[in-house]
Design a protein around this ligand. Structure first.
Ligand code: PMV
Length: 336
């Protein structure tokens, strides 16, 4: 058994949003979801196994070389899941060195790429990447660490929990390959509106779906949107694509606003950008759309051939954001 593994795992942006967990089972989603895998936003992690009695704590996490004790608990939780299936880990300590290509305070969650990278490192102590189900197993464990992380194991597009797609269940995602070539290098320019910590964590937000008055309607809508998106992804109908993707983002935030207690993660600048995107689309006929995760930042999605026109639009919006990260749909994880 090797004692040190290093993996790079990408971040992802959901088109069909995962929101809420089933009350039965462990970290199973209320609804199926689908995401673009990003190319430039990723985490690189190295996990090293040491004898447990030789270290001060069972997990020692470092970010950019500096000890970050607050990361230990999440990594330890994942280690416990692995120990159930791989008891060889029980008497080991883990030294985790991790770094992200996007700043920690950029408002982009590192949990998806971080949990995916750690799962790959830990699984790789027991299985090799050429094993047929290696990435599906990694998805299973990554999902236990952070739901959306289960989708960060596959290139380009990933689907999680739509039972009619072969290979995915609520427990693990799959690579989704049935899409028009326009999506292969689709652009995602992320406008960072705020660098503040989220006022309500995703964990707390998921929990508020348990007694949510619109929970049943949400599950129905997500399934309907997913099914419609399946044909849109195949035929490349961008008008329909934009409609579904924007509706998913706005529905996610309406669920937050109508939770008890209610919470609002959108900022005034988020709405200003959203309005400007719609105006720009109407006037230019360029199929630019937005999506938004659990925070105020706006992901602008568009085909690569419109890059320069959209970059001009982004420049004109400067007063509404702090910084921008240009990314695109791309590769899955890589061993480093
Ligand atoms: O993986 P979590 O528990 O942080 O949940 C993420 C949920 C959203 O980012 C809002 C949507 C998604 O599907 O990624």
């Amino acid at each position: 058994m090797t004692t040190k593994n290093s993996w790079r795992a990408p971040s992802n942006i959901a088109l069909i949003k995962y929101w809420g967990k089933k009350t039965q089972g462990n970290q199973l989603p209320l609804n199926p979801s689908l995401s673009f895998t990003l190319k430039n936003c990723y985490t690189e992690s190295t996990a090293e196994l040491l004898d447990l009695n030789k270290t001060e704590s069972e997990v020692m996490a470092y970010l950019d070389g500096a000890r970050v004790k607050s990361f230990d608990a999440k990594a330890l939780k994942l280690k416990r899941y692995f120990e159930k299936d791989f008891p060889g880990l029980i008497d080991k300590a883990i030294v985790l060195q991790t770094k992200n290509t996007f700043p920690h305070s950029s408002g982009i969650a590192s949990s998806a790429s971080g949990m995916a990278a750690l799962s790959l490192c830990l699984l790789n102590f027991f299985k090799t990447e050429t094993d047929a189900d290696f990435f599906h197993l990694a998805s299973y464990y990554a999902r236990l660490g952070s739901g959306s992380a289960g989708r960060s194991l596959f290139p380009h597009l990933a689907a999680w929990g739509l039972s009619e797609l072969k290979g995915t269940t609520d427990e693990k995602a799959i690579a989704f390959n049935d899409y028009h070539e326009i999506f292969k290098d689709y652009q995602d320019s992320i406008l960072i509106v705020s660098k503040d910590e989220k006022s309500v964590s995703s964990t707390a937000g998921h929990k508020l779906m348990e007694n949510h008055p619109y929970a049943d309607a949400r599950v129905q809508n997500a399934n309907k949107n997913f099914h419609e998106l399946l044909s849109v992804l195949k035929n490349g109908d961008l008008e329909q694509f934009n409609k579904i993707v924007e509706s998913e983002a706005l529905e996610l935030h309406s669920l937050m606003m109508t939770s008890t207690p209610s919470f609002i993660l959108l900022a005034p600048e988020t709405l200003a950008i959203v309005m400007a995107v719609r105006q720009f689309r109407k006037e230019s006929k360029i199929p630019l759309c937005f999506t938004i995760d659990a925070g105020p930042n706006v992901h602008l999605l568009y085909p690569k051939k419109y890059l320069s026109a959209v970059h001009e639009f982004i420049n004109a919006q400067k007063k509404n954001y702090l910084s921008v990260i240009h990314d695109e749909v791309g590769m899955g994880p890589q061993k480093i």
